[in-house]
Design a protein around this ligand. Structure first.
Ligand code: FAD
Ligand code: EPU
Length: 348
């Protein structure tokens, strides 16, 4: 394994933004990771960043540290009982391929999470979610390497501090643990979830008579393709912001001023607002909308205002500045502060 110097990160992120890593290496096993971390370069560098599929990262400047790309592969069935099968996947496995692997074997639970870009390793870190399912619903445990103490640690569900697009790995233990593999507990007898969004309409449009994990996966794929830009066509990292939650009282107040505001009740009584709607109602000038807005090569997607895009040669700083302008206008108009979902790396 070589540690290479001054490597462009552009091909390694879905935003496709130019930034250089001072040092860059890949590893395919825990042993290789340990070996890389023990080298002098790794020990003297100011920072280390673990890279998966690069689909939720925005570099705003060059990275003066060591980027370690996780390429640990392998999927195995650990054991099963009457109801469940326990499936372990290497952190470097592509998420969607892993989902398809499970669907082919009639192990259900992950079908609503089809076509989410990125790798298995980041799935618990981000607690990825879509169409009414979050990874925490199916997560069993994971193994991670603790960089400071040089030891292997197992995290069960309760150790992970899962929340909406949150986990201990994203904040409290940021850049301390390298997730090596993740085990999911999947159902042998399916319990499908089609209540969210347009899944049922899409299944009807597809003429599906008998529900299956494959049919739900296909429906989700079709919906996603119709809404979200493919990073091959326009660089992006999915939703740039989280959907913010407000109290039911604030929601009622907002609703009297903005009758069309979109919100969904949370289990705790608060209301989750559709950030895409909030952003669509604001713009760079009064009476304009951010949706479809473009400044240089940085823009707000024309079909999904929650997604910021790089049309070619935008810099990370330009994307970040656009996100800041959006955040400020939403705050001014609705009194609601958006929080970035994307992991922003670098000084500003
Ligand atoms: P990366 O971008 O490589 O890394 C993300 C963060 O995790 C970084 O901080 C990185 O350091 C850390 N990390 C990565 N791997 C490890 C590891 N092995 N150990 C420790 N830390 C690690 N997300 C959703 O939740 N739902 C969606 O519907 C969704 N749709 C998307 C659609 C598009 C078009 C795009 C581009 C993105 C979308 N996303 C969505 C966001 C993204 O796919 C997820 O956040 C995904 O989990 C990121 O995985 P990754 O491997 O690319 O992570
Ligand atoms: N909306 C608008 N204008 C827009 C976009 C959305 O008004 O430009 C409103 C519409 O009312 C729409 C509603 O917002 O019905 C919800 O939109 P959508 O179904 O597209 O979902 P989202 O809330 O924008 C979230 C996740 C996505 C996930 C989808 C499906 C977050 C931050 N985003 O998006 O996750 O795929 O739901 O479950 O929670 C990601 O995390 O990167 C991501 C793409």
């Amino acid at each position: 394994m070589t540690i290479r110097e001054n490597i462009s990160l552009r091909p390694f992120t879905s935003f496709g933004i130019e930034a250089q890593a001072r040092y860059f290496a890949t590893f395919g096993s825990t042993e290789e990771l340990r070996e890389l971390l023990s080298r002098k370069t790794a020990n003297t560098l100011p920072q280390t960043l673990i890279l998966g599929g690069g689909s939720n990262l925005l570099f705003t400047c060059d990275f003066d540290g060591l980027v370690l790309k996780n390429e640990i592969k392998g999927i195995s069935e650990l054991h099963e009982d009457n109801e469940y099968v326990y499936v372990k996947a290497g952190a470097g496995e592509n998420w969607h391929q892993f989902v398809l692997y499970c669907i082919e074997r009639n192990w259900s639970g992950l079908e609503n999470l089809s076509l989410i870009p990125g790798n298995v390793g980041a799935s618990p870190m981000q607690n990825i979610g879509a169409y009414g399912v979050e990874v925490e619903d199916l997560f069993w445990d994971l193994e991670a390497w603790h960089i400071p103490d040089k030891k292997l640690v197992t995290f069960t569900r309760s150790d992970c501090g899962f929340g909406y697009r949150e986990s201990v790995f994203k904040r409290k233990y940021r850049d301390q643990f390298v997730i090596l593999n993740v085990t999911y507990r999947l159902r042998k007898k399916p319990r499908f979830n089609t209540s969210y969004g347009a899944i049922e309409q899409e299944l009807e449009r597809m003429g599906v008579k008998e529900l299956s994990a494959k049919a739900i996966s296909d429906a989700v794929i079709r919906i996603r393709r119709s809404k979200l830009p493919d990073p091959k066509d326009a660089g992006n990292a999915g939703s740039f912001f989280k959907n913010p939650s407000v109290t039911s009282q604030t929601f009622e107040e907002l609703k009297t001023r903005f009758p069309d505001i979109v919100g969904y009740p949370n289990a705790d009584g608060s209301v989750k607002l559709a950030a895409g709607w909030l952003i669509e109602q604001c713009g760079p000038k009064p009476g304009t909308s951010w949706k479809g807005f473009r400044r240089g090569d940085a823009g707000c997607h024309a079909k999904q205002a929650l997604v910021l895009v790089n049309y070619g040669n935008a810099t990370g700083k330009e994307i970040f500045d656009l996100s800041e302008d959006i955040l400020q206008t939403v705050k001014l108009r609705f009194g609601v502060e958006l929080e970035r979902e994307v992991n922003v790396v670098g000084s500003l």
